[in-house]
Structure formats: structure tokens, C-alpha cells
Design a protein around this ligand. Structure first.
Ligand code: AMP
Ligand code: MG
Length: 340
């Protein structure tokens, strides 16, 4: 398939947004920028288009998709029995990197929910994303625009490198500002449950939901044979090809560990980089966890080009957006953790 490039940065933005909307209306699939990661979008009402999304990504059929809306009134076309709390949280965190799992409406394509009777809904803060949704006039189901299992794409080039030839178009927009996927909160359970950490932090949610439950799967390996609340957490994910280890330790310990290994690379903090003698990628300042989140997936993609036997990643602390970074790194490392 010839994948159309729609450049909305150096090309005509309005024309590009209109073109993306047209392709989506016609049942095509289009990679689009959002503030979290690039998404692979399709009409939430078109089961055939949704099927193409699963095929292009190689995504397991039982891993449901998030539906993206541009305006609050769109929510009633995808979800029903919306609780008061959802409205309150939407007022606080939308548009933004925050997804709520609600009771689904039967009008949406079955495949989106992968057999569940719930639907995940988000209103992105990216203007490009919301403009494309508006231009299509449709709620858009959009998982991350990567090959299933690979690190999520945070630039148009990442999306192109995974999906060129497999999708109708890629919108060449700005790099993603946040860099990790949205926070996912299940609201159909009582008390509500955090299924995936993101830039809207657990600490922020506690202000509205004092009895918030943090799903076990965020920090622990799923037990074999057990079902999980968020099927996406079952899978090896975000993983470079290079064998990856997550390391909990001080700067001094990290430098000592990586300098003692031959032909292993490091993904490290800026303040320790000068002391690391081997191959390394700096992913940000340890006191600026937004920068770590922003660069995380690029670092995981770039590490394979270092051709190292393995890579050690220095773990941030788990406060704030640190929980989201730690959660992604655990999966990238397939739960191989070194505690010093
Ligand atoms: P992605 O779009 O690739 O970021 O993946 C979407 C994430 O949202 C996955 O981890 C899914 O398991 C989760 N998700 C989507 N819909 C639901 C749902 N109805 N119930 C629980 N989790 C969901
Ligand atoms: Mg994904």
C-alpha cells in the first residue's frame, strides 16, 4: 500500500487536516499526532476500519482501543450511564492525557472493546488531534501508531518507520510533548481503579478519588493464567531488541555497574553521563521527570543502533509521572529488575 504523507508543519495545515478527515470518513486508517504518543486512528463506528488497525499493528484482538473525542458532546455517541465523577474529572483533566473507561454504547464497533462491555474514552489536548477528529466528524479509535510490542512513537518519523506501507496515511505533525501514553482510569468499578499511569498522576487523582485503587499490574508481573483489568498490561511492550535491565540504585552505583560491564550500554540521567565510559543515551534530568517521559521512547528506539549486548536503564523514582516511566520501563525490560 502507498502511504500518503500529510505534512501539517511545513505544508498547508488546513488542507492536511481536511485530507486526513476525508480518508478517515472513507474508512481509511491514519497515523496522527497527539500530545502523548502518535496514534493510529480509524472511525469508531467502522468495524472494518478498526480491523485494519489491528492488522497494521499486529495487535492482539483482545487488547481494546481508546476512543478519542474532540468535544464533550461527542461522549454520548460512545459511552452511556456516565457517572457524575466522570464529568467532574473531564472538567479537570480534559482536554489532556487522561482516559476514562466507561460503559460502552452499542453503536461503536465491537472490535474496539475486544469483547468487553466498556469503552475507554479520551479528549486529547493536541490541537492537531482535535482538529483531525472534528474534520472527520467522528470519534476516532486510536492505539499507539507502532508495531505491537515496539516502543510507542513520539515523532512522525517513528510512526513512519513502523507503519510505512501498512496504513493509508501518516500525518507529519509536531513531536509529542508528553511522550508516554495517557493515564487510564476504570470508572465502572467501585472504587475506581488506576489501570495505567500517565502524565495525569495518581497523586492528582487522589484529590478527587481518596479511595482510588492502584491496579497490581502497574508494578507487578501478571500471574500466569490470571485475567487483568486492562488487557494491554498482559503483553511484552515498549521493548528494544537489545536485552534490557531496569536498575534501581544511586548515581554512583549506576556508574560503577555500567563501567564494569563490557559492551553493555546505558540509558542514564544527564548528571551521571560524563562518568560513564561506554555507550550511553541520556534520557533527561532525574529531577525533571517530564523530560525523562518526553525522551523515554526515543531512547528505547535508539538503543538498538548502539549494537550493545545489553542495556541498563537507570530507573527514576516512582512519584508523579515517575510511576508511568517506571511502568513502561518494567515492560521494556520484561520485568528484569536489578536492585542495588
Ligand atoms: P494503546 O492505545 O496502545 O495506548 O493501548 C490502550 C490501553 O488502554 C491498553 O492498555 C488497553 O488495555 C487499555 N484499554 C482500552 N480499552 C479498555 C477497556 N475497555 N477496559 C480496560 N482497559 C482498556
Ligand atoms: Mg500501545
Amino acid at each position: 500500500m502507498n502511504t500518503e504523507r500529510i505534512d501539517i508543519v511545513s505544508g498547508d495545515r488546513e488542507k492536511g487536516i481536511r485530507r486526513a478527515g476525508e480518508i478517515l470518513k472513507q474508512g481509511g486508517i491514519v497515523a496522527i499526532p497527539t500530545e502523548t504518543v502518535y496514534g493510529l486512528a480509524a472511525s469508531a463506528f467502522d468495524d472494518e476500519a478498526i480491523k485494519k488497525v489491528f492488522i497494521a499493528k499486529g495487535r492482539p484482538q483482545n487488547n481494546p482501543l481508546i476512543v478519542h473525542i474532540s468535544d464533550m458532546d461527542m461522549i454520548i455517541s460512545v459511552a452511556e450511564d456516565i457517572p457524575e465523577l466522570a464529568i467532574k474529572l473531564a472538567e479537570e483533566f480534559w482536554p489532556g492525557p487522561f482516559t476514562m473507561v466507561l460503559k460502552k454504547k452499542n453503536t461503536i464497533a465491537d472490535r474496539i472493546s475486544a469483547g468487553l462491555d466498556t469503552v475507554a474514552v479520551r479528549m486529547p489536548s493536541s490541537n492537531a488531534a482535535r482538529d483531525i477528529i472534528r474534520s472527520s466528524g467522528l470519534p476516532l479509535a486510536a492505539p499507539s501508531a507502532n508495531i505491537s510490542g515496539a516502543p510507542s512513537p513520539t515523532t512522525a518519523l517513528h510512526a513512519l518507520s513502523d507503519l510505512d506501507g501498512k496504513v493509508d496515511a501518516v500525518v507529519l505533525g509536531e513531536d509529542c510533548t508528553v511522550g508516554v501514553e495517557s493515564t487510564v482510569l476504570a470508572l465502572f468499578t467501585d472504587p475506581p481503579r488506576l489501570l495505567r499511569p500517565g502524565a495525569v498522576t495518581a497523586e492528582e487523582l487522589y484529590r478527587f478519588i481518596p479511595d482510588l485503587v492502584i491496579d497490581r499490574a502497574i508494578l507487578f508481573e501478571p500471574e500466569i493464567g490470571k485475567t487483568v483489568a486492562s488487557p494491554g498490561m498482559l503483553y511484552r511492550h515498549y521493548a528494544p531488541k537489545t536485552q534490557t535491565f531496569l536498575v534501581n540504585c544511586t548515581d554512583e552505583q549506576f556508574v560503577k555497574l555500567v563501567n564494569s560491564k563490557e559492551n553493555c550500554a546505558a540509558i542514564c540521567f544527564s548528571d551521571e553521563a560524563a562518568d560513564i565510559s561506554g555507550k550511553k543515551i541520556v534520557y533527561g534530568d532525574k529531577d525533571d521527570k517530564e523530560s525523562l517521559a518526553h525522551n523515554l521512547f526515543s531512547a528505547l528506539r535508539d538503543v538498538d543502533s548502539l549494537r550493545a549486548e545489553c542495556v541498563y536503564v537507570h530507573a527514576p523514582n516512582k512519584a508523579g509521572i515517575g510511576l508511568a516511566i517506571y511502568n513502561r520501563l518494567l515492560r521494556a525490560a520484561a520485568f528484569k529488575v536489578i536492585n542495588l
